[in-house]
Structures are given as structure tokens and as C-alpha cells.
Design a protein around this ligand. Structure first.
Ligand code: NAD
Length: 297
């Protein structure tokens, strides 16, 4: 039977709708408007596209968007001074520093200078520790989006075997932690994993976050498993031009999986939707108000 296609675009639109409803309620009942500040250092074209898209969607759900574009040669002291101002600004509930930063800036130091309560990317060491100990935290957006789709599809994830391919701080590790917190039996695979095919073949849930085009073929997948493809890879088309593919070979995986996310249109759209969700959550927490249901882990 053909796999259920998990439509991330439609799912993300639903999440944005829930965020917009909550934002409207906050405005009406408390006069509060959640605000998201995005800091971009330099002119990396991909980062510029992401930042524009984040700003546009922030405004579309009724929140305030504050964009700070800094020169590529901005000093660490100036960047830290800006973050300090944003930390103290009561109108700013979420702060996101677009990564990667130019090489003269220490990413860890910059991220750890953000107030953890405003760290809507969930990368601050305090949030990493809170997530790791199963406490309330800000959760990284891409893994949060994957979790939402999995919970929606499966209901309970308890007892399922999950294999996460990739161990990055941004996707792989927090994803594994979230699945563990939802009582999955979790294996993290990576570039040194032996017999990846056998490891993946045991999984009820496969999360691929590697960055290698179509590296997971359908014959690795256990029949009926759920495949969440985080990878975004641009490859050349034989007829010229390029196209986006995931880390999984979509056609062969879809032929055996029970459910699968496509690329594009799967995990990708969920990331910004979860950033907006994290911002409204951070705003509610800052004001001691009830958080929206279903928009965090
Ligand atoms: P990364 O480069 O930081 O990490 C890649 C991981 O893959 C590493 O942990 C490495 O050990 C593992 N790996 C590399 N080769 C491997 C192999 N042959 N077998 C098994 N594991 C291997 O990447 P990342 O930031 O985690 O991103 C992963 C992918 O997800 C990229 O394609 C990226 O573009 C995409 N991504 C998508 C979104 C989204 O919004 N959809 C967000 C973040 C990342």
C-alpha cells in the first residue's frame, strides 16, 4: 500500500493559524503583542532568504517583527551589545541570531548570551540542559516540527523504535532527546555507524538529518515505518537546472513506508511555523499567561 504523505505545508499552515488565533486573543485580552527579533550578520544569500521569510510570516500571524541587519565585519562586542539590548527590551519575546555567523564570531558565546527565556531557537546551553533532563524549555524548531507531525500521525510514540540519522546540535541530538522524552527507544546513527542499513531496518520511525542527497534507499526501511526526511539538498537535473531532494530516496522509501514527509513540502515549512509557535510560547511564559496547547513539546 502506498505510504501516507505527511503534508508539512498544510500542517505548517494549521500551526500558523493556531499561533495567529492565540496572538489575537493575547492582544484582545491583555493588550500584548508578541515580538520576534531576528539578527542577521553579513549577506549570506540563503540566510537573507530565511530572514525575509521569517519576518514576513511573523507579521502575517499578527506579531511584531524586528530585523537587525549587521555588517559582515561587525565585532563580537557590538553583536553582544545588541543582544544585551534585546534581552532587556520588554517588547521582544523571542531573539533569533541567524546561523552560520561569520568565522570571526564565536557562535557558542553569541548564542549563550541570549536570555534563555527568549531563545526561540532553543540552542542556549540552558535550554539544551532543560530538554536533556525532560524539563520545560525552548525546543529547537526543526525537531519540534518533526515531533508535532509524528504525534499527529501516531498519537502516542511510546515504545516505538526510533532511529535518528545525524547527531548535530541543531537537529539530530535534540530530535533524539524529544523522542526519548516521548518514550521511544532511540538510536542515534552517524557517519561512523556500522551497518546503517541494519540499524535503520529496525526502526518504526526514521528521522534522516544528514545532508546527503537520497542516501537512504527504500530497501533499508521496515515496511510500514514512518520516514521523516529533514535533509534539504540541491542536485543537478539531467536536463539542466537543479531540484531539491531529501536524504531519503523518496520513490523507493514511499513504496515501503507507512508514512513519509516529502522534500520539499515536508519538514521545511514546519521550521518557521515552530519558530512562531516558540515566540508566542515565550511571550506567554514572560507574562505568566496560559501557553497555547499543542504548540510545544
Ligand atoms: P550537520 O552537517 O550538522 O550534521 C550531519 C550529520 O550527519 C552529522 O552528525 C554526521 O555524523 C551525519 N552523517 C554524515 N554522513 C553520514 C553518513 N554517511 N551516514 C550517517 N550519518 C552521516 O547537518 P544538520 O544541520 O543536522 O542538517 C542535516 C540536513 O538537514 C541538511 O540537509 C540540512 O540542510 C537539513 N536541515 C533542514 C532543516 C529544515 O528546516 N527542514 C533545518 C535544519 C537542517
Amino acid at each position: 500500500m502506498a505510504a501516507t504523505v505527511i503534508d508539512g505545508k498544510a500542517f505548517a499552515a494549521r500551526v500558523r493559524g493556531q499561533v495567529a488565533e492565540h496572538v489575537a486573543r493575547l492582544k484582545e485580552e491583555s493588550g500584548i503583542i508578541p515580538g520576534l527579533a531576528v539578527v542577521l550578520v553579513g549577506e549570506d544569500p540563503a540566510s537573507q532568504v530565511y530572514v525575509r521569510s521569517k519576518g514576513k510570516q511573523t507579521v502575517e500571524v499578527g506579531m511584531n517583527s524586528y530585523e537587525h541587519k549587521l555588517d559582515v565585519d561587525t565585532s563580537e562586542a557590538d553583536l553582544l551589545a545588541l543582544i544585551d539590548r534585546l534581552n532587556k527590551d520588554a517588547d521582544v519575546h523571542g531573539i533569533l541570531v541567524q546561523l552560520p555567523l561569520p568565522s570571526h564570531l564565536n557562535e557558542d558565546m553569541v548564542i549563550n548570551s541570549i536570555d534563555p527565556a527568549k531563545d526561540v531557537d532553543g540552542f542556549h546551553i540552558s535550554n539544551v540542559g532543560l530538554l536533556g533532563t525532560g524539563q520545560k524549555s525552548m525546543v529547537p524548531c526543526t525537531p519540534l516540527g518533526c515531533l508535532m507531525m509524528l504525534r499527529d500521525h501516531h498519537g502516542s510514540l511510546s515504545g516505538l523504535n526510533a532511529v535518528v540519522i545525524g547527531r548535530s546540535n541543531i537537529v539530530g541530538k535534540p530530535m533524539a532527546q524529544l523522542l526519548l522524552n516521548d518514550s521511544c527507544t532511540v538510536t542515534i546513527a552517524h557517519s561512523r555507524t556500522k551497518d546503517l542499513a541494519e540499524v535503520v531496518g529496525r526502526a518504526d520511525i526514521v528521522i534522516a538529518a544528514v545532508g546527503r542527497p537520497e542516501m537512504v534507499p527504500g530497501d533499508w526501511i521496515k515496511p510500514g515505518a514512518t520516514v521523516i526526511d529533514v535533509g534539504i539538498n540541491r542536485i543537478d537535473k539531467p536536463e539542466g537546472g537543479t531540484r531539491l531532494v531529501g536524504d531519503c530516496d523518496y520513490a523507493s522509501c514511499a513504496a515501503v513506508a507507512g508514512a513519509i514527509t516529502p522534500v520539499p513540502g515536508g519538514v521545511g515549512p514546519m521550521t518557521i511555523a515552530c519558530l512562531l509557535a516558540n515566540t508566542v510560547t515565550a511571550c506567554c511564559r514572560a507574562h505568566g499567561l496560559i501557553e497555547p496547547q499543542g504548540l510545544t513539546a
